[in-house]
Write a protein that binds this ligand. Sequence first.
Ligand SMILES: C[S@@+](CC[C@H](N)C(=O)[O-])C[C@H]1O[C@@H](n2cnc3c(N)ncnc32)[C@H](O)[C@@H]1O
Length: 270
Amino acid sequence: MGPPERGGYPRSGPRASRALADVESLRQQSPVDWRESIRKRIKAGRARQALWVRAIDVVRLLPSGEGRALLWTRLVHGGEVHQTTPFTTEERYPDLFDLSATLAPGAARILSFGCSTGEELEAIRRRFPKAEIVGAEINPRSRRIAARRVNGDAGTTVVSPKEIQGSFNLIFALAVLQRKPHSIEELGLDDISSHYPFALFDATVTEFSSRLRKRGLLCVINAQYRVEDSSVAKLLQPIAASPAMTAPLFGPDGKRMCQAIAKTFFRKRS
Ligand SMILES: C[S@@+](CC[C@H](N)C(=O)[O-])C[C@H]1O[C@@H](n2cnc3c(N)ncnc32)[C@H](O)[C@@H]1O
């Protein structure tokens, strides 16, 4: 046996030739090819949920306050988090908010589940000037920002999901009951059961149903599973006039559904 090989590279034999060929092919690549090849490796690693890709994601999130809050939320509340990103905008779903005001004009108590930084609470307030509004948010940083935003509105409170109390005439879960839909599509995943389990969605919709008052209204959009497939589907009547969900949908087994239709508004039957 010869001396140990420095740097872990074999000095001779077929492995050495392959390693040399690898190095030579990388040397010949332009910086653009390098970036593309790294991008492909990261994508493949992400599809396998490889540890090294998760580590890269953690490092990317560390420098910003929003990133650190996201990591903290995942670490502390991992099993309860639906969509992780806090993305939201002012008046994100004007048609949906307007329709909810038509369907539940006298709603006295409204829950916005996953209200993020509170823009949604303001949009709801514009349609329901007299209602008591509760925003529930699991990410502590988003919760603080939302609470500051609605500070001057005595009828709106912002709480963690564990602090939700009482029943509601109207519940919104908008872009919450899903997880990273853009990554799922980019990776072309056809089974999301290990990524975002149906059981978490189902337990949450079941809780919504138990918190809805008689004839109360549930509004769900941008979800990966269907309320129609939940354990409480029988208690929730889909509203025919409600817009259909356009996001890619998955069945209770986590498998991608083809041409499935899901409603966005449901009325509690009794
Ligand atoms: C993409 S944002 C949607 C914000 C807003 N509803 C909208 O549609 O613009 C999803 C939000 O849901 C929150 N969220 C995820 N799981 C939650 C849970 N179990 N309880 C409360 N909020 C949750 C996230 O922290 C995030 O702020």
